[in-house]
Design a protein around this ligand. Structure first.
Ligand code: ATP
Ligand code: MG
Length: 319
């Protein structure tokens, strides 16, 4: 639950926030084309590319979401020494996000290319390295984190499991005493001890504690909180909304969406609004409720959409 007055008050304060995003930066690339024939070389369609578009993905999409909300946003991540890395930096700057991109010569900037024709995705091509980062690169990331940490009110960790999130990162963030919001990767579950809140989707939540599918959601949530020494947890439930855990209390927040077109990126919207609202003085319930409205808006838009303060307020007021 959130009252109109509180929604207005909190959203109006987003512009005074300063948040650092740390995580795996990804370039989302889309090749749009037509299929007119089958290849003479193999039984596959030939796609004639008509246009190319790019989006900030992974942690950089979280940064974009925060910046669109009016939050002063700094991002810390790793790119390769390549054109895609420069493109990401430029896109971040264009969106008013302060980039702290560490350049790793030994790996490419992570790129996910979708080939889309006849209104459907035909293929996705990934370029990435999942090797652990080298010690010198880890040192550079930590140094950069220390430099930016004094100037922000909280941290959003957007972990896509590609290496930027490692133990010392989380430990350092915890040592600052500032709130830490984590969108987790289940395989890194043990790294997230003593953080403030985590926002796994249902599948990730079960994976985190290796729970069987017949275990009740409440039990899964309690186990996660106990194992990580956490008091709050937000499990997102797709079309069923969210479950907010505060100690032993669990509240269900039903989804708000009038139409559903594209659910990708909804998780990034959730963690961004949750962090912006909590740091603006919202309660957990108010902040999760705002995040749920925002996510409901983005799933109704085609492609990865972001929410602005005006859109968020309109969405809340329209119900
Ligand atoms: N089909 C839907 N109808 C209404 N709301 C939805 C729907 N799918 C997602 N949402 C909203 O988005 C939120 C996050 O969705 P979900 O649980 O799918 O996260 P996710 O799997 O982390 O998403 P992502 O693909 O971005 O990683 C939900 O809590 C809900 O508010
Ligand atoms: Mg997610």
């Amino acid at each position: 639950m959130i009252t109109r007055e509180r929604a207005e008050f909190l959203i109006d304060r987003f512009k005074d926030r300063k948040i650092a995003v740390i995580g795996d930066v990804i370039l989302d690339k889309y090749l749009w084309g037509d299929v007119e024939r089958i290849s003479p070389e193999a039984p596959v369609p030939v796609v004639e590319v008509k246009r190319e578009t790019y989006n900030l993905g992974g942690a950089s999409n979280v940064a974009w979401n925060l910046s669109a909300l009016g939050v002063k946003t700094v991002i810390l991540g790793v790119v390769g020494k390549d054109e895609n890395g420069k493109l990401i930096e430029k896109m971040l700057l264009d969106k008013n996000i302060t980039p702290n991109l560490i350049i790793d010569n030994s790996r490419p900037t992570i790129e996910k290319t979708r080939i889309i024709a006849v209104s459907q995705q035909l293929l996705r091509i990934d370029r990435e390295s999942r090797e652990d980062l080298s010690t010198p690169i880890k040192k550079e990331i930590l140094k950069s984190l220390k430099d930016i940490s004094s100037d922000v009110e909280g941290f959003v960790i957007s972990d896509y499991g590609k290496g930027v999130i490692f133990e010392e990162i989380v430990k350092f963030c915890v040592s600052t005493g500032k709130p830490i919001f984590v969108d987790p990767k289940p395989k890194n579950f043990n790294l997230y001890k003593n953080i403030t809140i985590m926002t796994p989707n249902k599948k990730e939540a079960y994976e985190c504690v290796k729970a069987s599918t017949n275990m009740p959601l409440e039990e899964v949530g309690y186990r996660i909180m106990e194992q990580l020494s956490m008091n709050t947890l937000l499990i997102t439930l797709g079309g069923e909304g969210m479950a907010l855990f505060e100690g032993k209390s669990v509240k269900r927040i039903p989804a708000k969406a009038r139409k559903v077109f594209d659910v990708t990126g909804a998780g990034d919207t959730v963690i961004s609004i949750l962090a912006a609202s909590k740091l603006s003085g919202g309660s957990w319930e108010e902040s999760a409720t705002l995040a749920n409205y925002g996510a409901g808006y983005v799933v109704g838009e085609i492609g990865t959409a972001v929410v602005t303060p005006d859109i968020l307020l309109d969405t809340v007021l329209s119900y």
